[in-house]
Design a binder for this molecule. Structure first.
Ligand code: HEC
Length: 144
């Protein structure tokens, strides 16, 4: 008479198992590798952390209604960063990567200009747009 329960239990175990396997399949790495060396990777990730710091500064600046702070934070990740990226990394990154990366730096430059005139709500919306770029690229690429 416990057979019924046993079968139900078995079915639950089987379904959890196959669910877990599906999760496993989803977790399989699908991002494109940039194949960076150890040093390039360190350099690259440090730029990334700077971008996060820029976003932090921008959001605080918006909250404090402080255009100067926004400008300063955004500048770090604009053209200055684009120029500072080591050539060896630039040569390794595929076109699809550059098509997201280039415009992202330009958007930080645009924010520098817009912070002079735009209200904080508009700047928040634009920062959200910039962060779409972060998401798009992170979804597609990994460093190693
Ligand atoms: C053109 C591509 C691209 C763009 C745009 C981009 N990232 Fe990244 N970022 C990457 C890649 C690739 C990695 C490494 C991910 C991995 O290997 O798992 C990374 C990693 C990071 C990391 C982890 C750093 C570490 O030390 O491990 C942070 C933080 C980060 N990005 C922040 C940002 C922020 C914030 C933005 C947007 C303002 C952004 N990134 C935009 C490609 C990009």
């Amino acid at each position: 008479m416990y057979l019924k329960y046993f079968i139900v239990l078995l079915l639950i175990i089987i379904s959890i198992n196959s669910w877990a396997e599906n999760q496993g399949t989803q977790a399989i790495e699908q991002r494109i590798s940039l194949g960076l060396t150890k040093t390039e990777k360190a350099e690259f990730l440090s730029e990334m952390r700077q971008m996060l710091a820029s976003i932090q500064g921008i959001i605080s600046g918006i909250g404090e209604n402080n255009p100067e702070k926004i400008i300063k934070a955004a500048r770090y990740s604009g053209n200055r960063m684009a120029r500072a990226t080591p050539k060896s990394i630039k040569l390794k990154t595929p076109k699809s990567f550059q098509e997201i990366g280039g415009p992202t730096h330009m958007m930080f430059e645009e924010l520098v200009i817009r912070a002079e005139t735009d209200d904080m709500e508009t700047l928040t919306l634009f920062t959200g747009e910039i962060m779409q770029q972060c998401l798009a690229c992170h979804e597609m690429f990994k460093v190693d």
